[in-house]
Design a binder for this molecule. Structure first.
Ligand code: ZN
Length: 477
């Protein structure tokens, strides 16, 4: 695998060859959750994209060092804690726990470090002190601001129009719109109802942007390979991160900026007021599997708008079941046939197209198409009676390999939807339970188990060799 990997770099706006700073190693930073609430499905879209990126880089043999921050102090967390009349830590804890639990549910690999802003105050203060010393930051009424005029390349990432800004105009809020380009707060003066830290630069609390500059430098160094986030983060957050880091360290901050597009629901922007606001739990409650949700979040290219619909979820289920049915079939082929060159060709083509697709700026559509082409080809070979055990094992091993390493959404829990994954154990257990029920003359229970098996597409047959089972058809999805 010597072909090159290309990514679309927001910095410059072009697709570029990916060359890590250190051969074989990728330093990755992804902006994490602001834990003032539970994550919504749009947040998960970004995190699943980042997971695909990371898993693919690992699959291609890179050693990936991944850092994701947790923003546990900012305007929103403070507001939320005050509204509930509890401390910041008590307020954010359940949201941090929920984030990790849901991350596990969606099979997102854990980062190497999850630094929390409140645990990084000294590092942030030290960084702000450097900016003050260099004259790119200034004090005003107890707060400290970054002077964007002192950083000539400000605006390079987002390509914002700097013409309209009023020199010296300042803003204190952590998030602001593109049309208000101004000096931003690095450190906020003590204020009634806000937490205060005593530091070398004075008392107060950090602005939002500074944490990512401080944390990334600590774990990944002043220059690292990839920084990700949603398109919402480009301005002002990432623009400000660049300004802080490069002004302080005097070296380029990040080589490749990858941003994923928005998620909309039924073509509309998610909003609690519209009733189209979903969290992971809401989708699970509708009866969809985590892997089906991951499949849907994954299957639209990260730079395209993802329209999250119930129809999309159903399609994800159908697509996924098509693959899982084949996996099931492959596990049960016991046919002593020589290897068929057609099987080897189909497998080789799939392997190459899968990798080539993802190498091309994570083109997931091509990568998934490669798997579906393989499924189609192998199903034909099975129908023609040409697929023997050795070929079956190889195809199975390939699909399991890319699923375990990269996709993490094809295999499923036994008995979930169509027969798949580790179905053998599940079926064996059911059959055993049924035999026991029959032995105990509990024919009602035995019949229930038989029906359960039938619902999963499993029929039992009494043969000369004893009880056998086979899959007949897909249950309706
Ligand atoms: Zn950030």
């Amino acid at each position: 695998m010597s072909a090159m990997i290309r990514f679309h770099n927001t910095l410059g706006g072009k697709v570029e060859e990916f060359i890590p700073i250190e051969t074989g190693r990728v330093r990755l930073y992804t902006c994490g959750p602001t834990v003032y609430d539970y994550p919504h499905i749009g947040n998960w879209r970004a995190y699943v994209f980042e997971d695909l990126l990371k898993r693919f880089l690992k699959y291609r043999g890179f050693n990936v060092l991944h850092v994701m921050n947790i923003t546990d102090v900012d305007d929103k967390t403070i507001r939320g804690a005050n509204a509930r009349g509890i401390g910041l830590e008590d307020y954010t804890r359940p949201f941090i726990e929920a984030f990790h639990a849901e991350r596990d549910t969606l099979a997102i690999l854990a980062a190497d470090h999850y630094p929390r802003a409140t645990a990084f105050i000294p590092e942030m203060a030290a960084l702000i002190e450097i900016l003050l010393d260099k004259g790119v930051a200034y004090r005003k009424d107890g707060s400290i601001y970054f002077a964007i005029d002192k950083f000539p390349s400000y605006g390079r990432l987002s390509r914002i129009n700097l013409e309209d800004r009023r020199p010296g105009s300042r803003g204190d809020s952590d998030e602001y719109e593109k049309d208000s380009v101004h000096d931003f707060a690095l450190w906020k003066a003590p204020k009634e109802g806000e937490p205060v830290w005593e530091t070398g630069i004075g008392p107060g609390r950090p602005g939002w942007h500074i944490e990512c500059s401080a944390m990334s430098a600590k774990y990944l160094g002043p220059t690292f390979d990839i920084h990700c986030g949603g398109v919402d983060n480009i301005f002002p957050h990432h623009e400000n991160e660049i300004a802080q880091s490069e002004a302080a360290n005097g070296v380029p901050f990040v080589r490749y900026w990858l941003h994923c597009h928005h998620l909309v629901v039924d073509g509309e922007k998610m909003a609690k007021s519209k009733g189209n606001f979903f969290r992971l739990a809401d989708i699970l409650a509708k009866g969809y599997e985590p892997a089906e949700i991951r499949f849907l979040l994954l299957s639209t290219h990260y730079r395209k708008m993802l329209d999250f619909t119930e129809d999309g979820l159903r399609q994800a289920r159908t697509s996924r079941n098509r693959i899982r049915n084949l996996l099931f079939e492959l596990r049960h082929i016991e046919r002593d046939l020589p290897e068929d060159p057609a099987a080897a060709r189909a497998l080789e083509t799939a392997r190459r197209a899968f990798v080539a697709g993802l190498e091309d700026d994570l083109n997931i559509s091509e990568a998934l198409a490669a798997i579906f082409e393989l499924v189609k080809g192998v199903n034909i070979l099975i129908a023609e009676g040409r697929l023997g055990s050795p070929d079956a094992r190889k195809v199975l091993a390939f699909i399991e390999e890319v699923d375990t390493a990269v996709l993490a959404c094809l295999a499923g829990k036994p008995g979930d939807g169509a027969a798949a994954g580790d179905i053998d154990t599940w079926v064996r257990d059911k059959i055993e339970a049924r035999q026991k029920a029959r032995a105990a003359k509990d024919f009602k229970r035995a019949d229930e188990i038989r029906q359960e098996l039938a619902a999963a597409g499993i029929v039992l047959e009494d043969t000369k060799e004893g009880l056998r089972w086979k899959r007949i058809a897909l249950p309706k999805s």
